[in-house]
Design a binder for this molecule. Structure first.
Ligand SMILES: Nc1ncnc2c1ncn2[C@@H]1O[C@H](COP(=O)(O)OP(=O)(O)O)[C@@H](O)[C@H]1O
Ligand SMILES: [Mg+2]
Length: 312
């Protein structure tokens, strides 16, 4: 029974490792499974499992953070994210002020004032937090390094702290905007973690705080979360500039849909209907619906054309 449980845990951990694209954790789980198979007297399965492990090891190492799109050379006209972003006026102005302040950050620092280089984005999933970070980075002419903390977190002792270290080192190689996405993952992990992992979660939080304090004040860091109340207050305190994102109200949804479907000659009724039924949708959900509507429109037109050309 104990063996079956060990195997079960390993399988579950393997699923998580695959989901978080963590080859090292995958290999560890596979090794546990191979040992379990051996103990059950199934040497052949153990060998097969180890073969998978070797195959994974030979793949090129997967990075735990994903550098975003390459930096744009110019900050103005070529900026894509900035022109894509649709936000309520107050939020847009808030971001505008942050960008302007970051452009003259050195002046603030010279006057011994804080520059708004540590920013917390709060809001539900899919409302444009990452897009806004891209927009800020683009407008400053800096690359954006997005780290999903959920992915940085290792299920095994010891690795997460190292990953965080690597991340900050990467960010400091050249001027970048560093985005710590899902910064709550550290905290929520603490709640769920088995007892002996709590010490680890605390250490990881301490590592992050240490890295945040150790990073140069010029380093722009944007943390994002949809559950700020579960984030360690010590981490929150290090992000004094906060921007709140909300689900798009009707006017914003209309502006988004018009932006996305501007190339099509949709009937007003169709657009109205989409705006109406997308109440409570995030921008990301709305986009999916708008794309479906747009494709249906093109499909319809194409079929009409085909039938016309067939009948002539
Ligand atoms: N406010 C918005 N303005 C324009 N597009 C948006 C907005 N919010 C979401 N979207 C669309 O949804 C996608 C995902 O949004 P994202 O910025 O990743 O959300 P978050 O980071 O808040 O989860 C964006 O790339 C964009 O296509
Ligand atoms: Mg995001």
């Amino acid at each position: 029974m104990a063996r079956a449980t060990a195997l079960g845990i390993a399988v579950e951990k393997l699923v998580r490792a695959i989901k978080t694209r963590n080859p090292e954790a995958e290999r560890k789980c596979l090794e546990v499974m191979a040992v379990a198979a051996e103990r059950l007297g199934d040497a052949e399965s153990a060998q097969k499992i180890r073969a998978i492990s070797t195959a994974i090891a030979s793949l090129s190492p997967m990075e735990v953070w994903r550098p975003a799109d390459p930096p744009v050379a110019s900050t103005q006209a070529t900026s894509m994210a900035a022109s894509e972003l649709v936000l309520p006026k107050a939020t847009a102005e808030r971001i505008e002020t942050i960008v302007e302040d970051l452009r003259i950050a050195s002046k603030f620092l010279a006057a011994k004032l804080d520059a708004p280089t540590r920013i917390l984005f709060v809001g539900p999933p899919g409302v444009g937090k990452t897009l806004a970070a891209r927009s800020i980075a683009e407008r400053l002419g800096l690359p954006l390094l997005v780290a999903d903390l959920e992915q940085v977190i290792e299920q095994y002792m010891g690795q997460t702290g190292k990953n965080i270290g690597k991340l900050f080192e990467e960010a400091q190689k050249a001027p970048t905007v560093l985005m710590l996405d899902e910064v709550d993952a550290l905290a929520s992990n603490r709640g769920e973690a088995p007892k002996d992992d709590i010490g680890e979660a605390k250490r990881v939080t301490a590592t992050l705080i240490g890295r945040l304090d150790g990073a140069p004040v010029e380093q722009i860091i944007i943390a994002a979360t949809n559950v700020p109340h579960v984030v360690d207050p010590a981490i929150l305190r290090r992000f004094p500039t906060q921007v709140t994102f909300e689900l798009p109200v009707e006017e914003m949804r209309r502006a988004m849909v018009q932006k996305w479907l501007s190339a099509l000659s949709l009937e007003q009724r169709e657009v109205d209907e989409l705006i109406e039924r997308s109440k409570g949708f995030s921008g990301a959900m709305l986009r999916a619906e708008a794309m479906a509507l747009g494709r249906a429109h093109i499909r319809r037109k194409w079929i009409e054309q085909e039938t016309r050309s067939e009948s002539t």
